[in-house]
Design a binder for this molecule. Structure first.
Ligand code: ATR
Length: 274
């Protein structure tokens, strides 16, 4: 019998690490998985998804710029995807219904907690950005019960909107929105979810948000230290982590949803770093 078909869909897609990650998971677990990358036309995402499942495909990861469309076209959504407004994982259930899930937030939390030993409970956290990437991770972060979570964004109204959207998941966490310049006290953890550093830009933060115990996490990754992480280290941050672990952890969570098997991630992260 041939291997089960999976793929990541995006545009562009040629630089995606997902095929490598999933093939490493498949060989490690012995699962019969054939995982490829598909570039969908900008205006042809739905057709690409339909065609993939029509030819027997079992599951898809979805990346930029199609996560919102993946969410919208699903028949059913996992609770964590519902609030995220975006999906990175699609599959068909036993009734043939298209199900959307979002494993990005779980991926971030797993990387922070399991791989980097941070307990988010009681922490004072600053999240930078209020776009799709941040919306996708707020629920899983709040579920770990930080003491305070401040969302800072260039367009403050978008941060305000996220505070309103996630108020019902905040529990005892103090949830607040502001502009980048406003916070001046040090945070325990600062998570960069803006796309600013993709362009080499930096959010205009007060250097005093970085204390000697501050850990920073950039949701993007690069072969060298990211612009944001380098800035934070220059201000005296204790540790700077990039998003490679998050990428591998969100993939592992998708693999677990599809195959019912949890791959080991540490060796895969190490291989990708080399
Ligand atoms: P994504 O899916 O990556 O989150 P997005 O929804 O377009 O993409 O959101 C991009 C985020 O990065 C937003 O928070 C955006 O700020 P605005 O809401 O004010 O647009 C932020 N961002 C992008 N470029 C930035 C820059 N040069 N400086 C600061 N923030 C920036």
């Amino acid at each position: 019998m041939s291997d089960d078909l999976y793929a990541v869909v995006g545009n562009p897609i040629s630089h995606s690490k997902s095929p490598k990650i999933h093939s490493l998971f498949a060989s490690q677990t012995g699962e019969a998985v054939d995982y490829t990358a598909i570039q969908a036309p900008e205006d042809g995402f739905r057709e690409t998804v339909s065609e993939f499942f029509a030819r027997g495909g079992k599951g898809l990861n979805v990346t930029v710029p199609f996560k919102e469309q993946a969410w919208a076209m699903a028949d059913r959504r996992a609770a964590r995807a519902e609030k995220a407004g975006a999906a990175n994982t699609l599959y068909r259930d036993s009734d043939g219904q298209l199900v959307a899930d979002n494993t990005d937030g779980q991926g971030l939390v797993s990387d922070l907690t399991a791989n980097h030993g941070l307990d988010l409970a009681g922490l004072n956290i600053l999240v930078l950005g209020a776009g799709g990437a941040v919306r996708g991770v707020l629920g899983p972060i709040l579920s770990r019960r930080p003491a305070r979570l401040v969302i800072a964004n260039r367009t403050v109204a978008k941060a305000d909107a996220l505070v309103a959207l996630f108020a019902d998941e905040a529990g005892d966490t103090e949830l607040a929105a502001c502009g980048f310049e406003q916070p001046t006290q040090p945070f325990d953890l600062i998570i960069n979810g803006t796309s600013a550093s993709l362009k080499g830009d930096l959010p205009p933060l007060a250097p005093s948000v970085i204390g000697s115990d501050t850990v920073v996490y950039d949701m993007m990754y690069s072969a060298t230290t990211t612009t944001f992480n380098q800035w934070a280290l220059d201000q005296g941050a204790s540790r700077a982590i990039d998003g490679l672990g998050m990428l591998v952890e969100q993939a592992a969570e998708s693999f677990r949803i599809w195959r019912g098997v949890s791959p080991q991630t540490d060796a895969v992260i190490k291989t990708l770093r080399e």
